[in-house]
Write a protein of this length. Structure first.
Length: 75
């Protein structure tokens, strides 16, 4: 008997929660950096570091997903 893989879809509620969580985290970080009692160049450095971290996280997530997709198709 062969098992047909089922592609699972995220619900709209899960997607909305993930987007809202990301937005809240980015807003809280931005407010925290803005309110920080430090020179402007320090706040700018922290803002650039946060943006770099976010883009790196998205890239890492995509690479991991792309690596897992062929393995799931071969099942």
């Amino acid at each position: 008997m062969s098992d047909t893989p089922v592609k699972q879809q995220n619900t709209a509620a899960f997607y909305g929660q993930a987007v809202a969580s990301f937005a809240v985290a980015m807003a809280a970080t931005a407010i925290g950096i803005y309110q920080l009692k430090a020179d402007a160049w320090v706040r700018a450095f922290l803002a650039i570091a946060v943006l770099y971290l976010v883009t790196s996280a998205f890239t890492l997530a995509k690479v991991i997903r792309d690596r897992q997709e062929p393995a799931e198709r071969g099942r």
